[in-house]
Design a protein around this ligand. Sequence first.
Ligand code: GNR
Ligand code: NI
Length: 177
Amino acid sequence: MSIQKILTEPNKILRQKSIEVENVDKDIQKLMDDMLETVYAAPGIGLAAIQIGVPKRVIVMDISRDRDKEPKNPMYFINPKIVWKSENLNIYEEGCLSVPNQFAEINRPKECHFKYLDYNGEPQEKKADGLLATCIQHEMDHLEGILFIDYLSKLKKTMIIKKLSKQKKEAVDRIVV
Ligand code: GNR
Ligand code: NI
């Protein structure tokens, strides 16, 4: 297993639409193992494959409160599809490993039901509420090339992207000098 570098905005790769997985084989399982190690190290609660530059419809998540406690509770979702969402919305303060140190309140359906393939390629269905519902919708947006900042006003979004570009440029300048 190995920790991968997480891509950050602005980066065109994050805007790619991810493609469906045809076969849940050893390579996909290795990808999920690497993603889980990467999200634990970050630390974060979820990760979509595109965040490490792989445009496949693969998500890993661990939303347990005490994540350092064994046994851990990793979840793996391949080719997820929402089959139902509530009309009720929920506001959650979201962050994203690809939008470092930026947070904003985002409205999303409070509950959703979705189907997916699990780590072994078996079809499953899950009913999500609370943080799980928010997180799976956040991760599924990544599969479409959407980031949470896309829901903000143009002004707020532009300010965040400018800030991140500046941070990236400063990091590069430090290496060059
Ligand atoms: O670690 C993460 N925390 C989080 C908090 C609120 C709503 C969504 C998230 S997902 C984020 C990790 C990430 O960027 N996944 O794509
Ligand atoms: Ni994210």
